[in-house]
Design a protein around this ligand. Structure first.
Ligand code: DX5
Ligand code: ZN
Length: 216
């Protein structure tokens, strides 16, 4: 598959959400990446259901929700109701990860698991066959606009090997500090979905920037 681009709405202009959502609808972006932060799992609070609801009303593409929250099980049903197509939880926030994955699937969503920069890929050995996506964090989660951590490239290669060795159908997404340079290295290593926030929305022409990422 050719790689997908998932712009992170966290970096959009929240006073003009509809305008930015329409821009993404009309661009070559593949997914909407929605970052939900609770101020507990990560040191920042982003937005919750009312904002997701407004985005969903206008968005015409796959809704990819990245939960950076403790106790995500409590909200899985509500995210399904508000239109999430893919729901990704953090390994570090889920003591009963297998149960959480089953819960996500039971509401008809695809299930992803995100790994913080310090977390070994090997922790997914026993659930990789149940996953639709692995999200490799290439920054410490919590904020847009941070510097890319190079070790993420090795982790993408390791994830690709793990997926192949277990015959898993999971795809690999990478999130944090993605630009043309880091994006090219990630794709070479096996990344299939690139999340990009500040690089897209802080550029003069976000739609053209998405094209450039898509052409990598
Ligand atoms: C970070 C979020 C990212 C963030 C990426 O915690 O998960 O999705 O918006 O932003 P950039 O691309 O600016 O690093
Ligand atoms: Zn994210």
């Amino acid at each position: 598959m050719t790689h997908l681009i998932a712009p992170s709405v966290l970096s959009c202009d929240f006073a003009n959400i509809q305008r930015d959502v329409e821009m993404l609808n009309n661009s070559n972006a593949d997914w909407f990446h929605i970052d939900v932060m609770d101020g507990v799992f990560v040191p920042n609070i982003s937005f919750g259901f009312p904002v997701l609801k407004s985005i969903k009303e206008h968005a015409k593409k796959t809704i990819d929700v990245h939960l950076m929250i403790v106790n995500p099980d409590q909200y899985v049903e509500e995210f399904a109701k508000y239109g999430a197509d893919i729901l990704t939880v953090h390994y570090e926030a889920c003591p009963h990860l297998h149960r959480t994955i089953q819960l996500i699937h039971s509401f008809g969503m695809k299930a992803g698991v995100a790994l913080n920069p310090h977390t070994n890929v090997s922790v997914l050995e026993n659930v990789i066959q149940d996953l639709d996506m692995v999200l490799i964090m290439s920054v410490n989660p919590g904020f847009g606009g941070q510097k890319f951590i190079d070790n993420a490239i090795n982790k993408v290669s390791e994830t690709k090997e793990l997926i192949a060795s277990k015959n898993s159908k999971a795809i690999i997404e990478v999130d944090g500090g993605v630009n043309l340079e880091t994006g090219a290295k990630l794709i070479e290593a096996g990344a299939q979905v690139l999340v990009a926030g500040s690089f897209v929305f802080n550029s003069d022409n976000p739609s053209a920037t998405i094209d450039k990422l898509k052409q990598l």
